[in-house]
Structures are given as C-alpha cells and as structure tokens.
Write a protein that binds this ligand. Sequence first.
Ligand code: ZN
Length: 171
Amino acid sequence: MSVLPIKIYGEEVLREKAKAIENLNGDLVKFLNDMNESMQAAKGLGLAANQVGRTVRAFTIDLSHFDVLAEPKIIINPEIMEKSDLVVTGEEGCLSFPGLYQMIQRPNKITVKALDLDGKEYYYEAEGLVARIMLHEIDHLDGVLFIDKLTAAQRSLIKSKLVRIKAGERV
Ligand code: ZN
C-alpha cells in the first residue's frame, strides 16, 4: 500500500463530480486501500477519492475514533436514502484545507446505501459526527466543498485564509 498526496483547495479535481464504480477490479481495490492508508497517515477522520486524485465514488472514514473496536471503513457508491429534518451545527475541517475549521449545518441523522469491498450492498445508519463526516465526504464526490455551506458572513471572514491555503500554506 502507499500513501497518496492529498489535493489542496484550488486543484480542479476537487470540483469534479465522481463517477459510480461499476467494476471493482484489483487496480481499483488497491487505490481504495491506498486512499484509506492516506487518510490514516494524515490523521483525518474521512477522505474522498477525488481528494487523492481519482474521480470515483468512494470515500473512507475512520470509525475507530468513535468505537475502539471499529476499523476505518471504505464506502463505495454511497447514496443518501434518508436524512433527518433535525439539522445541527458542528465544527468541520478538511484535509484539503489544512488548518481551516468552520461551523457547518448538517442533518443529524442519515441512512446511506453503499457497497462494500466485495461489491455487496448494505445500509448504514449514522448519527451525529459520523453522519456529518459521511455527508462531508459525499459532498466531495459531487465536487461540493464545506466552504460552499458557509454563510456570506463566514465566507468573508476566511477570504484571506483561502488565498493562503491555495498558495500551499497551513492557516
Ligand atoms: Zn473534506
């Protein structure tokens, strides 16, 4: 396995819409495992495929932060089947925005349909921070970034930080 470089805000691939995975071949499984390893190396809670340069619909989430028995999980072709009406505000960061943390509103609870690494379909119910991470990562697969969710006031406050991030700085 290898650690892949993480794309930083400003790189075009972060704005591309990822395509569904139809054929889970060996090359793709290797990439997905590399993506997982890259998240762990960067100590992230989640990482989407386009953040490591490939526009396929998959992300990885480190559930061990929430349950000591859980392992990082690779989620393929995620689809949001249900969202709670209850929306909660919480702090988010993103490996493509080093050092930037912002308060973002998200549904508190979701049900996601996805495939596992054997191509088997399953449903996953997530709540709180796990739901937040999954929604953040699924947004990535649609080319949507967490800064898109900010209010106009929040955005104006971080303008100069975004310029610095684009220039390769940690803010
Ligand atoms: Zn992110």
